[in-house]
Design a binder for this molecule. Structure first.
Ligand code: UDP
Ligand code: MG
Length: 316
């Protein structure tokens, strides 16, 4: 299926990005101009910067840019809702205006030179095109190991994710319409898109290092995000808790058997220590199970409240 030249939006979530934004805006404006000149994009294609409640001059810069260039637009959220929700806001707010959109971070870590390839795949009929990192050379060893472990684990527990893919992707309008039907508060877009089942393609690229500003994903947020991914898509950890308690039960049975044997042989039970170990072990397993249930309960609590996932304050 060949499609006509699309109206595209680049959707860029920004949180305290004033340090790098002028460079990013210059680069993306230039990119759009050249893609339009090459006949790959319709003239009304644009960039949408979503200000995720930044506390620096990010929104001022977005507004100023819009004054000079109507194809550089902005969406200001009332407060910080996090990368995933900011992205969702951008995508849902413009879904009636575009044929497709590409989401990417505001730090140009994702190579913009593969965008023509993404558009090619779109023209061939793909509804989703995933940007996939060729390697993780630009990451620390720690991030590489944890990311590898995370993707492996997701696969093991049966969650469909595209390995080494973050949120650099092209999605078509029909996918956006589908996305609008997902009402969940605990959002993990990397799991949602592959689970939809549209025809998709993968485009490999080299990820660069962040040139301006700091990463907004320190270890704590990264772990929270990974946990979100697992618990939003799989109930397996809950069942794992059951497995844990079963093994603890078996262990306790074994220990009792052993101490019975020593008692039968008339040896004094020097078992205070082992008893304590058993009690502590069981206690910790129980606490673990309760915590796990609590985690899911908290998620359900957040879902049933049905609060808005983002609030738009201004549009430019
Ligand atoms: N971001 C956001 N809201 C947040 C945190 C981050 O919109 O609460 C944006 C941020 O401005 C960037 C993108 O999400 O455009 C990814 O963040 P970052 O580059 O810091 O993450 P990393 O690439 O280090 O994982
Ligand atoms: Mg980044």
């Amino acid at each position: 299926m060949e499609r006509s030249i699309p109206c595209l939006a680049l959707v860029i979530p920004c949180y305290n990005e004033e340090a790098g934004l002028p460079h990013v805006m210059g680069t993306l404006d230039g990119l759009l101009v050249s893609l339009k000149r090459d006949g790959l994009l319709r003239d009304d294609s644009f960039v949408l910067y979503v200000d995720d409640g930044s506390r620096d001059g990010t929104w001022r810069m977005i507004e100023e840019r819009n004054l000079h260039n109507p194809h550089s637009r902005g969406l200001k959220l009332a407060g910080n809702v996090g990368h995933q929700n900011a992205l969702l806001a951008g995508m849902l707010e413009i879904r009636d205006e575009v044929d497709c959109l590409i989401s990417m971070d505001a730090d140009l870590q994702d190579d913009i030179h593969v965008i023509p390839v993404m558009l090619e795949r779109y023209a061939e009929g793909c509804e989703i095109v995933y940007g996939v990192r060729k390697d993780r050379r630009s990451d620390t060893l720690f991030k590489r190991c944890t990311a590898g472990f995370f993707y492996g684990l997701m696969k093991q527990i049966g969650v469909r994710v595209v390995p080494q893919h973050a949120d650099y992707r092209l999605v078509s309008r029909i996918v956006l319409e589908a996305l609008a039907q997902y009402g969940e508060t605990n959002l993990f877009l990397r799991g949602i898109f592959p689970s939809m089942g549209f025809s998709s393609a993968v485009v490999a690229y080299e990820r660069k290092e962040r040139q301006h500003g700091k990463s907004k994903y320190p270890l704590r947020r990264m772990l929270a995000f990974a946990w979100q991914g697992i618990t939003s898509f799989s109930g397996l950890p809950l069942r794992l808790a059951g497995l844990c308690s079963l093994s603890a039960l078996l262990l306790a049975l074994l220990l009792s058997l052993l101490s019975l044997l020593t008692w039968a042989r008339g040896e004094t039970v020097s078992g205070w220590a082992s008893l304590m170990i058993a009690v502590l072990f069981l206690g910790s397993v129980q606490l673990f199970c309760i915590t796990l249930i609590g985690e899911y309960l908290a998620k359900i609590y957040a879902e049933v409240k049905r609060r808005p996932r983002y609030i738009v304050e201004k549009k430019r």
